[in-house]
Design a protein around this ligand. Structure first.
Ligand SMILES: Cc1ncc(COP(=O)(O)O)c(C=O)c1O
Length: 383
């Protein structure tokens, strides 16, 4: 049996209920939500609303309307950064951001003259919060930080980051692409201002789904304008979320799948998912410790990290290692820069990168043990 250990890219497999819900919508409903008063259109509307409600519960949003649907975390982050930042604004971010954050910021640097500064951090991803505090003094308007690094595996202490930023009245955008569904999040309790998430990783939903949580009172300029199904006489988008930000017909089949995924996850419990991943990560790190010449990156304490581990074997090209894992052992992992070159610069693994094994809720001990056995063989072979 092939082993899938690329859950950091997208989770696999999906619960059967996810595929079932998508087929059900496509076969028996197929209507556009919020745009008709016939029964099936209203059923589609209800389906979208129930998904919003389930997500708001899962992520700690006080009201369902604070969850805006997008097609992935990348769109959510673009919506937040481009909708919030004005010419000349200063942004603090981390040195381990995914390009989903780094590239929109770069574009805004060029086009709106925003200034981007990094919060100093150690190679294991530990942020220097006192340095952050002094950097905040220079007129910063936003802190944008990954909740979890897709390369280092470190978890950003969001409560402390938000607390520090709020001392100076600066809002925080959290990129929860790697954590939503895999790590407990309570957006209201943490007082997060904006939280971007994707539906197809830890949330176990289909690709093409994602969302942005907005704290009450956060208003963004819109990234796109168009039909929202109501207030059609107005030449402008509606003022209120979520309609304000959701122009165009939505990915209802994807949202149907996401609703099933979220209800599956709530049945299991995000805490249980987290416990499972922490336990397997411990087994993986112990195993990797026994592979000659192998170095892995990020925190050693499994409580401080996500269920993904990047590593290199001395003198070996990570791409060749991952190709051998697939070809010779049927194990799927991802090698390279993982769309996060700055994280690899921090680790000293740029420009080639590393191999990343990322666990998911459906990974088990046998998967991890087979990976470790394969790596021992690869390490003992000449290239
Ligand atoms: C930390 C992080 N942010 C953002 C993204 C982008 O997610 P998506 O491709 O679903 O937009 C990813 C995906 O790998 C990620 O790991």
């Amino acid at each position: 049996m092939p082993i899938y250990l690329d859950n950091g890219a997208t989770s696999y497999p999906k619960p059967d209920e996810v595929c079932g819900a998508m087929i059900e919508y496509m076969t028996h409903n197929g209507a556009s939500p919020g745009r008709g008063n016939y029964a099936r259109a209203m059923d589609a509307d209800k389906l979208v609303y129930e998904t919003r409600k389930a997500l708001s519960k899962l992520l700690g949003a006080p009201r369902p309307g604070q969850i805006i649907f997008t097609c992935n975390a990348t769109e959510s982050i673009n919506m937040a950064l481009k909708g919030y930042l004005r010419p000349g604004d200063r942004v603090l971010t981390t040195g381990y951001e995914h390009n989903a954050v780094a590239r929109p910021l770069k574009k805004l640097e060029t086009e709106r003259g925003i200034r981007v500064e990094l919060i100093p951090c150690a190679p294991d991803g530990t942020l220097d919060l006192s340095a952050m505090r002094s950097l905040l003094d220079g007129g910063t308007r936003l802190v944008a930080a990954a909740h979890g690094s897709n390369v280092i595996g470190c978890i950003t202490p969001l409560g402390e980051v938000v607390g520090t930023a709020h001392e100076r009245g600066v809002p925080v955008l959290a990129d929860a692409a790697q954590t939503a569904g895999a790590y407990p999040i309570d957006a209201a309790a943490l007082q997060i201002d904006m939280l971007a998430f994707t539906g197809h990783k830890g949330l176990l939903g289909p690709t093409g789904t994602g969302g942005l949580y907005l704290r009450e009172g956060v208003v963004l300029s819109t990234l796109k304008e168009g039909g929202t199904g109501g207030m059609s006489l107005s030449p402008f988008p509606p003022d209120d979320p979520p309609d304000r930000y959701e122009a165009g017909t939505m990915n209802v089949a994807g949202i149907a799948g996401l609703r099933a995924a979220v209800s599956y996850l709530m049945g299991v419990g995000v805490d249980a998912v987290r416990r499972h991943e922490v336990e397997l990560t411990g087994i993986l790190l112990d195993g990797l410790d026994s592979v000659p010449g192998l170095t892995y990156y990020g925190p050693r304490d499994t409580e401080d990290r996500l269920g993904l581990v990047s590593f290199n074997i001395e003198g070996r090209d990570p791409h060749k290692v991952s190709m051998s894992l697939d070809r010779d052992y049927g194990i799927m992992v991802r090698s390279g820069l993982h769309c996060a070159p700055s994280a690899h610069r921090l680790l000293g693994t740029a420009p080639v990168g590393a191999v990343r094994a990322s666990l998911g809720y459906f990974s088990d001990r046998e998967d991890v043990e087979r990976l470790v056995r394969a790596l021992k063989e690869i390490s003992s072979r000449g290239e």
